[in-house]
Design a protein around this ligand. Sequence first.
Ligand code: MN3
Length: 198
Amino acid sequence: MSFTLPDLPYAYDALGPYMSRETLEYHHDKHHLAYVNNGNNLLKGTEFEGKSLEEIVKGSYGKNAGLFNNAGQHYNHLHFWNWMKPNGGGAIPGELEKKIAEDIGSVEKFKEEFVAAGVGQFGSGWAWLTLKDGKLSVTKTPNGENPLVHGGTPLLGVDVWEHSYYIDYRNRRPDYLKAFVDHLVNWDYVAELYSKAV
Ligand code: MN3
């Protein structure tokens, strides 16, 4: 299976003022496209040709760094576009909200931990809401890594590479993360991933 770049699930200007058209044009059309193209080139002739994206991500981790970086980022970005929506944030579907309260303490505590994980990721990477061994937690990873390679399922992730926020927020990563949790998260998509994983 080769990688392809899907269209964004909303218009380029749909996430304003929290994420601009210019950011989405660079991030989707250039950065994500580069992961797709580089990933396809690096996939050729490897044992991973014909495997699913998840299998490629898990299988190449620690074995083929070039392929892993691009396949991991392709996986992360496929979900990232769906983890956001216009007028996002807001209410969390009941079952998931209950599970967050059980495992993390409260929705407010989750938001604090999630923002802190993103702020605390030194350099490029991602912050996550992860399901592992039946339990939710907030985690973070460097570069293109994600919870899949650590035995978990990513339910929500936020890209903290500078290309994700520098046009709109410059160096203010905490402001970007706060805007993401309060105004961008597509909780219906997170809940859908949760129901598939349990
Ligand atoms: Mn990115």
